[in-house]
Structure formats: C-alpha cells, structure tokens
Design a binder for this molecule. Structure first.
Ligand SMILES: [Zn+2]
Length: 170
C-alpha cells in the first residue's frame, strides 16, 4: 500500500475524540492540541474510495457548536507537514475532505454533461474512478477554521500554505 495523499478532516463531534472517532482516522488532534493515534492506513473508513492510498488526519469537533481551536489547528498543520514529509509527498498532495467531495461532484457533473467548477481538479486526476468516491460529495470538513472561513478550495489553499510554512521549519 502506498500513501499518495494526506486528507484533512474534522470529526463533526466533540473536541475530545469518541471511541468511534478513534477508529475512523489515522491521527486525531483534540481541542487542546493533543494528538491521538487512530488506526493504521487502510483500516479506516475515512475518505470513500480512497482509504488504501490516503493518510487521514482529523481535528476533533468543527461544527458551529464545537468550533475548532487555534492551538488545535496549529498542531494539525504541523502534523500534516510531518506526514507529508514522512511519505515523501508534496504539500500539494494534501486535500481537505471537502475538496475531495468537490472533485467527486465535478466528475459526476462532467459525466452527466453538465457544467462544473473547473477551479477544482476532478477526482480521476487523483485516482481511477470507483463507486465509493461519490460518498464524499457534500463533505464540508475544515471549511471553518478559527481564523479563516471559506469554500473547500479556499480553506484547502489556506491549510496548504500553513503546511508549506511548517515544512520549511522541520
Ligand atoms: Zn471527513
């Protein structure tokens, strides 16, 4: 199994990980910035259709009632940088789950002959199509950060900029 992408998530649960959360990702960062180990790559249902080629890192919380914290996201950016380096990837191999969702939506719309948001890649630029990819459509992971909110691509770009910053300091 070769890791090709690092995918960022939020749990949409509490700021501390639940038992289910711990079985759903490879690493999790809680609201205090503590890192929790989940399961090995390929052993979680994190990113539909991509679990065997992705390393999945989640911030605990994220919804309006449980907003992510500053200390949490800074630790998240740092560990994303460390994993990108560990797997010999580029910071542009990081995507949020929301971005993957938009790429899958783009593919579906393209197949239907409809117009789609061409600012995003389409998912088949990343891997061959499989039927589980559509599970990612509608995901909004990490579109609301402590000091930045935006659409999938905007928040993905913001996080990649942070990862680049941390990579230079590792
Ligand atoms: Zn997710």
């Amino acid at each position: 199994m070769k890791i090709k992408y690092v995918i960022g998530h939020w749990t949409a649960g509490n700021l501390k990980p639940s038992c289910l959360d711990l079985k759903s990702y490879q690493l999790l960062v809680d609201g205090e910035g503590c890192v929790h180990s989940g399961l090995a790559p390929g052993c979680t249902s994190s990113t539909g259709g991509m679990n065997s080629i992705t390393y999945n890192i989640a911030c605990c919380g994220g919804l309006v009632s449980k907003p992510l914290t500053k200390i949490q996201v800074e630790k998240f950016y740092l560990i994303c940088a460390k994993k990108v380096k560990e797997y010999g990837l580029s910071p542009f191999s990081f995507y949020t789950h929301a971005e993957i969702g938009e790429m899958c939506r783009g593919y579906k719309l393209k197949l239907q002959g409809k117009s789609y948001d061409t600012k995003h890649q389409i998912i088949t630029d990343l891997l061959p199509y499989n039927k589980w990819l559509y599970q990612n459509i509608g995901k909004i992971d990490l579109t609301r950060l402590p000091d930045f909110c935006g659409n999938a691509l905007e928040t993905g770009d913001y996080i990649r900029t942070k990862i680049v910053w941390y990579l230079k300091r590792l």
